[in-house]
Design a protein around this ligand. Structure first.
Ligand code: GTP
Length: 240
């Protein structure tokens, strides 16, 4: 009989960028990439971990970016929120094809497509072993999907917020541009705020700090990374 892995975090919220679904296309949704992301999520879920997901929309529409080019900020933000709904249903489709029961709960009502976000319902779905994808950001303009991730993590009582990025953690400098950039294994919330480290926006970081919710920043591309993180192994950067 195979030994069950020890689990440190039994309820997690995974924050994915919209770009994680675009693959080599550089835009939109690449079905192969979505399958790959879904398989990684399903692996953690099959360990018996309750998994919630918040996904961004930058592969389809970047609200903040577009608003700088002239579109009204609030309109642009709503367009970005709609983009997260497209990503959420694509991910749900891929997860269900792998046999993982999944529910999409959205902060912006599109009741023909997804359930409205109700905190108690979200928790109930998690308790029943369903992967819960939160779509539509916070439902409000001016907030990022990172803030939505911090908010939902706190609302559902997640024990950790795992932020998947392109690089495996927080570095002293951009590791893509600077070969000498060092990875930081541990950071405090205050350090992130003081040093203006671009891990997440300030609203998201403050929300986690106030509620003592640890954040793990890691790359999803490294096989087993999320599974190791939920087992409490050192992966990427932990902010606490
Ligand atoms: P339990 O009641 O805990 O068993 O949860 P459940 O989600 O299986 O039951 P429910 O009867 O609420 O939902 C059945 C199906 O309908 C699920 O796939 C839900 O995601 C979906 N569903 C429920 N409410 C809505 C809604 O408002 N809009 C949409 N589009 N789907 C919904």
């Amino acid at each position: 009989m195979t030994k069950k892995p020890r689990i440190k975090y039994s309820r997690i919220l995974l924050k994915l960028s919209g770009e994680s679904l675009q693959g080599k296309r550089g835009f939109g949704i690449d079905p192969e990439e979505v399958r790959d992301v879904a398989a990684r999520i399903q692996r953690v879920h099959s360990m018996g971990v309750q998994v919630a997901v918040v996904i961004g929309g930058g592969n389809i529409y970047r609200g903040t970016h577009e608003s700088k080019k002239g579109i009204d900020r609030i309109t642009a933000d709503y367009m970005g929120m709609l983009a997260t709904i497209l990503n959420a249903v694509a991910l749900q489709d891929a997860l269900e094809k792998l046999g993982a029961p999944t529910r999409v709960l959205t902060a912006i009502e599109v009741k023909e497509i997804a359930e409205p976000f109700i905190k108690r319902r979200a928790v109930r779905h998690l308790e029943k072993g369903r992967i819960v994808i939160f779509a539509g950001g916070t439902g409000n303009p001016y907030f990022t999907t990172d803030t939505a991730a911090a908010l939902r993590s706190n609302e559902i009582g997640a024990q950790v917020l795992i932020k998947a990025t392109k690089v495996n953690g927080v570095y002293t400098d951009d590791p893509v541009k600077n070969k000498n950039a060092r990875q930081l294994k541990k950071l405090s919330f205050i350090e992130v705020i003081r040093k203006k480290l671009k891990v997440m926006d300030l609203t998201a970081v403050s929300l986690c700090m106030e509620n003592k919710l640890p954040i793990i920043v890691l790359s999803m591309k490294i096989p087993g990374n999320i599974c190791h993180a939920v087992q409490g192994k050192t992966v990427g950067t932990t902010i606490s």
